[in-house]
Design a binder for this molecule. Structure first.
Ligand code: SF4
Ligand code: SF4
Length: 138
């Protein structure tokens, strides 16, 4: 089984900060999986200026189109409606890579100190994701 966070504070803290004004890149596998659920590409994707395909934000809430929320307030409650099928990057965050490909917890996550140690294998998934995305820019 792929490495996952053993637990995360996201739900118990009611946090959805990283789902707001998201620029989360999508792999082809992410896109195929989400399309297979019946979502149209034009609904959930935008092409970034660097050519990568990213998650789209709702015009009303300024949050990811899959975030179930009533408000555009960054601190408002929200839940991912795609949880089981969310993109690879969403599963791994807040672990990200520095310029030397070393993993660290993104300072933009307000609850990063409450995450456990990253499970063995998560850095590998992050490196694979980075390689996949590097090869998938259109
Ligand atoms: S910002 Fe951090 S705590 Fe908040 S939802 Fe994202 S990963 Fe979870
Ligand atoms: S897919 Fe889910 S976890 Fe990922 S940014 Fe959207 S709402 Fe957040």
């Amino acid at each position: 089984m792929a490495a996952e966070w053993e637990r995360s504070p996201c739900l118990e803290r009611g946090c959805s900060k990283c789902c707001r004004e998201t620029e989360m890149p999508l792999t082809r596998a992410d896109i195929s999986r989400i399309e297979a659920l019946g979502h149209k590409l034009s609904f959930f994707t935008v092409v970034h200026t660097d050519g990568s395909v990213r998650l789209a934000n709702s015009r009303e809430t300024k949050a990811c189109v899959f975030l179930d929320t009533e408000s555009s307030d960054v601190d408002a409650p929200g839940t991912c409606s795609l949880w089981q099928d969310r993109p690879e990057g969403c599963r791994i965050y807040p672990l990200i890579l520095d310029e030397l490909d070393q993993p660290f917890l993104d300072e933009l996550c307000p609850h990063r100190d409450e995450f456990p140690l990253p499970p063995v294998g998560l850095r590998g998934r992050l490196l694979m994701l980075s390689d996949i995305l590097d090869g998938e820019a259109i």
